[in-house]
Design a protein around this ligand. Structure first.
Ligand code: HEC
Length: 234
C-alpha cells in the first residue's frame, strides 16, 4: 500500500504514472530473484532407484526360474532323452541320402538314369565294376579316374574329378549304395566303415587312378580290408 500511495504522488498532470528511471530501481526486481537452479543434473527421487533395483532383481529371478535350460544340447540331434538306457543310433537311410548326393554331384556327368553318355561318361547302369566291385567305385570317387577305360559298349578316355575332399565317408558310402541299388543294379549297400578303411589304406595315393593303377591299389589293400560288414538285418 505504501508503494501505491508513493506511485500516486508520481502521477503527472495527465494522470500517467511517471517512470522512475533510477538504475537501482530498474534492477531491484532482478536483484530480488534467486538464481534459477541449473537443469539436467538433478538426482531422481530415492524411490525411483529402489524400483529399478527391485525390477531388475525380479527380472533375473524370473528368467532364472522360468527360462529353462540354456544349453547347446538343444542342437544335438538324436541323443537319448535323459534316463534312457543306451543311445540308440537313429537309422540313417543311406540310399535316400545317396540319391541326394548323386543328384547334386554325379548326375551332371553320369545322367539321371545312370546311363552316362556313350563314349564320354561311362554308364553306371548294369556296370560290372559298380556291381561286383564296390571298392573300385569307392576308390574312383575318392581320388578320381582318368585314362583309357575299355567297357562293353564303349571306350572312354576322360577325366573324373576326385571327390574325396568334398564327400565324407558316409556320403561316399551313401552314393555308392545308391548306384549299386539303382538304375536296375541289384547289389547291396556298403557301410561308411568300409570307406573309412579304404580311405586310410590309400592315404598315400595322390592324383587320379587309371584303369591299371586302380587294379594295383585294390590288390594292395584287399588283404588289409576286413570283410565287408553286412548291412544289419532286422
Ligand atoms: C565331371 C564329370 C563327372 C562327375 C561329376 C562324376 N563322374 Fe564318374 N566318371 C566320369 C568319367 C569321365 C569317367 C571315366 C574316366 C575315364 O575315362 O578314365 C567316370 C568314371 C566313373 C566310374 C567308373 C566306371 C567304370 O566303368 O569303370 C564310376 C563308378 C563313377 N564314375 C562314379 C561316379 C560317381 C559316384 C560320381 C559322383 C560322386 C561321379 N562319378 C561323378 C565323369 C564324372
Amino acid at each position: 500500500m505504501a508503494e501505491n500511495s508513493e506511485n500516486k504522488k508520481n502521477e503527472n498532470a495527465f494522470g500517467d504514472e511517471e517512470k522512475n528511471d533510477s538504475i537501482f530501481d530498474i534492477h531491484s526486481a532482478s536483484l530480488r530473484e534467486q538464481p534459477l537452479p541449473e537443469e539436467g543434473n538433478e538426482r531422481g527421487p530415492w524411490w525411483m532407484y529402489v524400483i529399478i533395483v527391485l525390477t531388475l532383481a525380479f527380472g533375473f529371478f524370473y528368467m532364472g526360474r522360468y527360462l529353462g535350460e540354456v544349453s547347446d544340447r538343444a542342437h544335438v540331434l538324436f541323443t537319448a532323452p535323459p534316463g534312457a538306457e543306451a543311445v540308440e543310433e537313429v537309422e540313417f537311410d543311406l540310399i535316400a541320402e545317396g540319391q541326394r548326393i548323386y543328384t547334386r554331384v554325379c548326375q551332371a556327368c553320369h545322367q539321371a538314369n545312370g546311363e552316362g553318355i556313350s563314349g564320354v561318361f561311362p554308364t553306371l547302369a548294369g556296370a560290372e565294376w559298380v556291381v561286383d566291385k564296390p571298392d573300385y567305385t569307392v576308390l574312383s570317387i575318392l581320388n578320381g579316374l582318368r585314362g583309357e577305360l575299355v567297357r562293353e559298349r564303349a571306350t572312354y578316355d576322360g577325366v573324373m574329378p576326385q571327390f574325396g575332399s568334398q564327400l565324407d565317408d558316409q556320403d561316399i558310402a551313401a552314393v555308392v549304395s545308391y548306384i549299386r541299388t539303382s538304375f536296375g543294379n541289384d547289389a547291396g549297400e556298403i557301410q561308411p566303415e568300409r570307406v573309412t578303411q579304404i580311405r586310410e589304406l590309400t592315404a598315400d595315393k595322390s592324383g587320379a587312378y587309371t584303369a591299371e593303377t586302380i587294379e594295383e591299389w585294390i590288390a594292395r589293400i584287399e588283404p588289409d580290408l576286413e570283410e565287408s560288414p553286412e548291412p544289419a538285418e532286422d
